[in-house]
Design a protein around this ligand. Structure first.
Ligand code: 5AD
Length: 443
């Protein structure tokens, strides 16, 4: 039996792509292993959005080579592989194969070549790959990722993704719905799905838009929670917002990438909205979906960002009161248009700005979360927590809660009361311990 180990970096799409690779290799008789020491094929699925992500992978390659026995194959796949191609083979001598996000069908062939002693990088454009015939082998069955769109047609000036993942293409609605229906029916216990795409709410299969997709997937029997990521702010059309509001399965949480609170910076980033438009989208979502939580992505130190522009990001964060934010220092990416914008922000200034931003984000999140202590929630138990012998669960609003309970609760929904918070995650008490009759009636 041959074993494959895949280490995944970056976004949820990469997690989903790794599941596809397990599918491609599963057809060749490979089984998945979590232990690199026993793997015959070791793959690192990489991210290219920031230099930091790439440096981490390069460091990790040095460690992984320890597990490479004679005849084993070590590969770099994903966005960094696509970006660097054959250069990776030159730079990292222990790497045998390099394949980008549209080339995973070619894995068995390149693995065979590598075994025959031939190292290769295959990052040629293959056309509009959908992987429609490849059944993913999922790591998480309770909550499943379903890719509905690949690639990106937006041209944000900081972003490498259009170059690594190619043009936007959507799967057919019927194919997505069949996949979700199979997941819900197959006994694996899937009741939650997250639809994935680079700008997922711009989904369009030629006939159906994202509103149709939400309504149809939300109506699949057995699907109790429906999430999606990442949307683009201006693709929340009134139709999409109405579908969110009217589809009970759609969860009350939106990850809404901001990037900057300054209209001038947004313009240089070639984002298709300004500050006021972003705020209008937030208002529309909050009006249509009461109690929705909001998270975001923010870049500091984009070329030309002045202190005043950065202040506008701080003031927008204050105004919106995000539940959570992922913050990044701008990282220059070769081949992206922002390379040509002069006026780079000094590293110390980026560090100082991100520090102020993180402090603000944490203060707001903590304040909000303290306000939730004592409230009750429906949670889905996802699995064992990393520490303390507890279970990890999630609310519809995407808050993470830890609770004490039996392993049989994994995959089930329960009512809990929040009893405390670290500022970001919660401790929770199962209500059935307090009011068993009431909870029985509710379930
Ligand atoms: N530098 C810093 N952050 C970036 N992101 C994308 N490209 C860059 C870059 N060049 C961030 C954006 C995006 C998230 C996934 O990564 O905030 O939403």
């Amino acid at each position: 039996m041959r074993r494959v180990y895949i280490e995944t970096y970056g976004c949820q799409m990469n997690v989903s792509d790794s599941e596809l690779m397990f599918g491609v290799l599963g057809r060749e008789g490979y089984v998945r292993t979590e232990d690199p020491a026993e793997a015959d094929v070791l793959l690192v699925n990489t991210c290219a959005v920031r230099d930091h992500a790439e440096q981490r992978v390069l460091g990790r390659m040095g460690e992984l080579k320890r597990y490479k026995r004679p005849g084993d194959v070590l590969g770099v796949v994903g966005c960094m592989a696509q970006r660097l191609g054959p250069k990776l083979l030159e730079r990292v001598p222990q790497v045998d194969l390099v394949i980008g996000p549209d080339g995973y069908r070619g894995l068995p062939e390149l693995i065979a070549q590598a075994r025959a002693g031939e190292r290769a990088a295959d990052v040629a454009f293959k056309g509009w790959e959908h992987y429609e015939d490849v059944p993913p082998v999922r790591g998480n069955m309770v909550s499943a990722f379903v890719t509905v769109q690949r690639g990106c047609d937006y041209r944000c000036t900081f972003c490498i993704v259009p170059m690594t993942r190619g043009p936007e293409r959507s799967r057919k609605l019927a194919d997505v719905v069949h996949e979700v229906a199979r997941l819900a029916a197959n006994g694996g216990g899937t009741t939650e799905v997250t639809l994935l795409g680079q700008t997922v709410n711009s989904y369009h299969d030629g006939e159906h838009d994202f509103a149709d997709l939400l309504r149809t997937v939300g109506a699949v029997e057995g699907i109790r929670r429906l999430r999606f990521t990442s949307p683009y702010p201006t693709d929340f059309t009134p139709r999409v917002v109405a579908a969110m509001a009217e589809t009970p399965a759609v969860c009350e949480h939106v990850h809404l990438p901001l990037q900057s609170g300054s209209s001038r910076t947004l313009k240089r980033m070639l984002r298709r909205y300004d500050r006021d438009r972003y705020l209008a989208v937030v208002a529309a979502l909050r009006a249509a979906v009461p109690g929705t939580s909001l998270s975001t992505d923010i870049i500091v130190g984009f070329p030309g960002e002045t202190e005043d522009e950065f202040q506008e990001t701080l003031s927008l964060v204050e105004q919106v009161q995000f539940d959570d934010a992922y913050t990044f220092k701008y990282s220059v990416r070769d081949g992206t248009p922002a390379v040509r914008i002069k006026d780079h922000v000094a590293e110390e200034i980026k560090t100082e700005r991100i520090g102020r931003l993180i402090a603000l984000v944490r203060r707001i999140a903590k304040q909000k979360n303290i306000g939730l202590i004592g409230t009750t929630h429906e949670i889905l138990v996802e699995g064992p927590a990393k520490r303390g012998g507890l279970l990890q669960a999630r609310t519809r609003t995407n808050k993470i809660a830890l609770l004490d309970g039996p392993a049989e609760w994994i995959g089930t929904y329960r009512r809990v009361r929040f009893t405390g918070t670290t500022g970001s995650t919660f401790t929770a008490w199962p209500l059935e311990k307090e009011y068993p009759e009431l909870v029985a009636a509710w379930q």
